[in-house]
Design a binder for this molecule. Sequence first.
Ligand code: SF4
Length: 472
Amino acid sequence: MSASSVRHYCGLFGIFGHPNAAFLAHLGLYAQQHRGQESAGIVTSDGVRLRRHAEMGLVNDVFKPGVLDKINAPSAIGHVRYSTSGASCAGNAQPLLFEFAGGQVSLGHNGTLTNAAALRAEFEARGHIFQTTSDSEIIIHLLAAPEHVEHERPLASVLERIEGAFSLVMLHNDRLVAVRDPMGFRPLCIGRMDNGAIVVASETCALDQIEAQYMRDVAPGEILTVDAAGMRSERFGPVDPPRGGACIFEHVYFADPSSNIFGENVHTARKAMGKALAREAFVDADLVIPIPNCARCAAIGYAKQSGIPLGRGFTTSHYAGRSFILPDQDQRDLAVRMKLNVIKDAVRGRRLVVVEDSVVRGTTTRGKISALWKAGAKEIHLRVASPPLRHPCYYGIDFPDPRKLVARDRTVEQIREYLGVDSLHYLSAEAMLECVKLPPNTYCTACFTGDYPTEVLVPLEKLALDPEAKED
Ligand code: SF4
């Protein structure tokens, strides 16, 4: 992927019933660092009070030695964040922690609420003062509103007022709550530790990190409550929604390949996409190379299906970080340059199939292709293991201004010319959906197809043309 061009969102973790909950939350967040690198936070409960530590920075920088000892308790929630809504600042770091008539409550949110602006305006008109600019705080204000406090199912009634994508972890003094929106946009899974502690996390790689056994996913429209009495579940929202919203981009790019997302392994799905790509667009060549590192699984699939050897065209610095999560475009471009080096001997005089998982702005891909030409490649055929990205996401993935998407107003032939390759093929949407297990209408593919699974009221700022936007 032109990874510097898309921002990510968040990773969630929660645990109830372990004497080292804060330490395990730290490990669970560390395993999900790829989901957000701007801020990290943990809130714990000792059964009476909640304590919080959250700051800007990477998990290991935020939780320096000694910090976890101070907040450790038998239950915890944690969050790594990239701001998809609200400013990138310490005040918006999650989990949020509030106190209201119902007691203390802490919240971690992955996703974007599509009706946040209207709800916030409604509360502000009623005199509410918001402490953050994050859309997630709306949920707390709804919880504290008298009509919900007095409701027989307060949380369900709150969740029925919010729209869009939301996987949530919430901590009260005596319980952990996990929620997935009725469309199931964002993943959230449940595991159990040997001592019986219940764990929830965005990705199963966090369960693996702490040796918890995967039990199942939190179902779309489920509220899972874990307390001293055990685990119980209730439903909210429409009983049988006509379609789902599981984000196909988790499989294409975001999730860790070791994770199981929406019921299947990410590596396996990506490899299948690479194989499908080779079936759709075989080209005779000497070497298949992924543009590292995210396209590696798809490149394995392409090589296997085509019979062309898989090789390395680049080395990657392990110290440069994931560039796409850096908040500033200049920082991201610099990070990409710093972390990739062409292995000249591997590509000189060779006919290359270069496999990408997706192309966003195209600027980074073009730079990598140019580096391969300079290193003496004989032919370059670009194969992209997903369809052209042409539409904005309103569910928590922060693609750039739509004008900056390389495929927005270009044909595939125009993109080929722009990127400077001999041939270019994108995986079809139909083939992409055949590579994942669930029925097609379970997934959201809107950024590729424009087929949004919910009605979206397009926020003005999404349509406003960015005066600083450069034409690629
Ligand atoms: Fe995922 Fe794209 Fe749908 Fe957003 S629009 S939820 S990135 S598939």
